[in-house]
Design a protein around this ligand. Sequence first.
Ligand code: ASP
Length: 449
Amino acid sequence: MIVAKFGGTSLASAHQIKKVCDIITSDPERRIVVVSAPGKRSRDDIKVTDMLIACAQAGLEKGNADDEMNAVVERYAGIASDLGLSGDIVEIIADDIRTRVNGDKSNKEKYTDNLKAAGEDNSAKLVAAYLKSIGYDARYVNPKDAGLILSDEFGNAQVLPQSYENLKSLSDYPGITIFPGFFGYSLSGEVVTFPRGGSDITGSILAAAVNADLYENFTDVDNVYSANPNLIDNPRPIIELTYREMRELSYAGFSVLQEETLIPVFKKGIPVRIKNTNNPSAPGTTIVKERHNITEPVVGIAGDAGFCFIYLSKYLMNREIGFGRRLLQILEEEHIPFEHMPSGIDNITIILKQAHFTEQKEKRIVERIVKELEVDDISVQRNLALVMIVGEGMRNTVGITSRASGALARENINLDMISQGPSEVSMIFGIKDYEKDRAIRALYNEFFK
Ligand code: ASP
């Protein structure tokens, strides 16, 4: 059995939804389908999820979200009418959105999540209605009825383990199940959403729960490419990737899959195939546990800005038992996750995401580190980028660091940090953020041309 997930651009219009339904019905194995909210129809269009966020803001700030709500209902009504569906489904969708807009506003995050979830929920109702209208046995399933239970972190939920057992029986239905992505319910019955792009996560959870043979993720590109096509002309397509390679590339900016997507399928060893709704006969990119034909060391090059480094040094740091723990404890107490922590003998750099390490927090944390750990020197560098080369083949190839640093040196790019993760699947270079694109091009030319 296949679990297929369709992203926002695949649901953006009636024309796109017809393509989705052709794909679903062309293979009887595609029995569980996860859908996103309607996305952008063109570059400057607005995603329904963003319209719903605007709706929530208007409801909370102005106490009146009529215009924003009508705009969302009109998006659905336009699609429904182009699909030739009766007004009933539009009534159902309009009632649903109105109920959410008029919901309890005492907790802003809860109110916003409930509205955000309307995008996927109504998209699923619409697709199920269309499939039925053209004669297929299809049903819409609500995540609450199916038992998709999440942690109660609004906008940042994680799946709770009991969901897998609950969702197993989804595969019993002989027809096509249309399931909304992006949200589930907390134990207390509130709607909670995953981070943005989270319909990918729903698909992965469902694939793991029903032990699917394949998780297909339909988007609007033929493949994952070895570098960002907005930076490199015609980058090399990637036919096969391992979970680890994909995870590392998504971490550093490859946006084809939401970063947290792979965990559920990875645990079960279910392959993931990224395919294009607009060109479904293209083979796509398959993500697997192990690759057997590794002919080249590097499979992809990614880069992301928005990092900062805290550098600290203390004479004889290596002898001081508990130094690392106390340092990380300060970050834990300040609720800041760390990304990497390369170290020398008497010095250590902690790499954080700038979004977590705000300038307000910086002063307090630096003061705490100086006072509690009695360091000799501490400095903070902001506006840095991490550029990564990724590939399982790097493990058995000599000279990769020298090739990469040589390519960056020829571009006159200064390296603030180099780190080769213990897995040897990736190598990370810390540079100034304004040099990121140039660095990616230089590395691409070195490894792919
Ligand atoms: N619609 C949600 C978003 O825009 C989730 C998704 O599309 O995966 O983030």
